[in-house]
Design a protein around this ligand. Structure first.
Ligand code: EPS
Length: 362
């Protein structure tokens, strides 16, 4: 089974990841992962934190001589900002923080995990919530995704992403709008699109709800902080049209096999890939930390106050697109290993090759 876990707080020492189920003999270097980590840090509208961090991974286990061993892969990404936060994040201080309310954050931000998290986990200090709720955790997921992309590339599968829109505008209007949001102490969201090509027919299944790949991909994208909507193929637009204008007619050519001339399904039918490019779109809401904060209620005094003002990004949609690629690659890897699984790359290639031969001969 392919699975992974991450740990770590935004301003803690490190982000930690353990990945299990990656087969042996996959060529893998630190640079394969670092390249993706650098991509995630870019984009107009990021805050001061991205000038501090220069994310790079340390591969702790599961790789020898630049090849995976088939054993758990341990990854570490250090938080450079940790040294500036040591005092606040130190274990001793954290354990006594609830009695030091003068240093605690008690004004939850509308739209953030702050309020529900503080109530659920019984904290007076919302820092105990926001540190783990922070999108910093997505750096670890991008590292996992980088390995998955490397794995899927062995089978000719590639991933792409693009920002479609930010704050309702496109192209050259985006940067000025982000500048305007910054000036106003506000934030912006947007839409990004993920594409994957060369997927085989039949990843995922229709036989049980939890193996439907469309649900798993939507779930993966929705688990990125701030994502509020996901579309597959023509998505919400399909709801406005007649069925004859939405389904993709089926064609056949000797040598090429079954194919479509349109791809409104976005490469997914009945919870499975259909061999056409996978096309997914996700909508990200504006970041909930505002320089000009909205109204909130103090957790302790219950007085009306302004929400907490933390250093934050104004817009992180370009980063979310890179994270989107990663989480989609993770889900595709999971489905791919379920179908063609083996312990080494060569074993999986044999399995994949025989399936592809079978599909061609249909
Ligand atoms: C984040 C707030 C900001 C972002 C951070 C996510 O961090 P800070 O509070 O340190 O300014 O920069 O994102 C990252 C650190 C990252 O690596 O993407 C939040 O509250 O979610």
């Amino acid at each position: 089974m392919f699975r992974y876990l991450t740990a770590g707080e935004s301003h803690g020492k490190t982000l930690l990841t353990i990945i299990e189920g990656m087969p042996s003999n996959l060529p893998l270097t630190k640079e394969d992962i670092d390249r993706e980590l650098r991509r995630r840090q870019k984009g107009y509208g990021r805050g001061g934190r991205m000038r501090i961090e220069k994310d790079e991974v340390e591969i702790l286990s599961g790789v020898r001589s630049n090849k995976t061993l088939g054993s758990p892969i341990g990854l570490l990404i250090k938080n450079k900002d940790w040294k500036n936060w040591k005092e606040i994040m130190a274990t001793k201080k954290l354990s006594t923080l609830n009695s030091q309310l003068s240093t605690a954050l008690t004004s939850p931000r509308p739209g953030h995990a702050d309020l529900s998290g503080a109530i659920k986990y019984d904290f007076a200090d919302i820092r105990n919530v926001l540190e783990r709720a922070s999108a910093r955790e997505t750096a670890a997921r991008v590292a996992v995704g980088a390995i998955c992309k490397k794995f899927l590339k062995e089978f000719g599968i590639n991933f792409y992403s693009q920002v479609i829109m930010i704050g309702g505008v496109i192209d050259k209007k985006i940067k000025p709008l982000i500048d305007k949001a910054k000036k106003k102490g506000d934030s912006l969201g947007g839409i990004f699109e993920i594409t994957a090509i060369n997927l085989p027919i039949g990843l995922g299944s229709y036989v049980q709800s939890d193996v439907r790949l469309d649900g798993r991909l939507a779930g993966a994208l929705m688990s990125i902080p701030g994502i509020k909507g996901v579309e597959i193929g023509s998505g919400f637009d399909a709801a406005k049209r007649f069925g004859s204008k939405v389904q993709d007619e089926i064609f056949y050519q000797k040598g090429r096999g079954f194919y479509r001339k349109t791809n409104r399904a976005g490469g997914l039918e009945g919870g499975m890939t259909n061999g056409e490019p996978l096309v997914l779109r996700a909508a990200m809401k504006p970041i909930s930390t505002l320089k000009k904060p909205l109204l909130s209620v103090d957790l302790i005094s219950k007085k009306r106050i302004k929400a907490v003002k933390e250093r934050a990004d104004i817009c992180a949609v370009p980063s979310a697109a890179v994270i989107g690629e990663a989480v989609v690659a993770i889900e595709i890897t999971r489905a791919f290993l379920e179908k063609f699984g083996g312990d080494s790359i060569n074993e999986i290639k044999r399995n994949y090759g025989s399936y592809q031969k079978y599909v061609k001969e249909r």
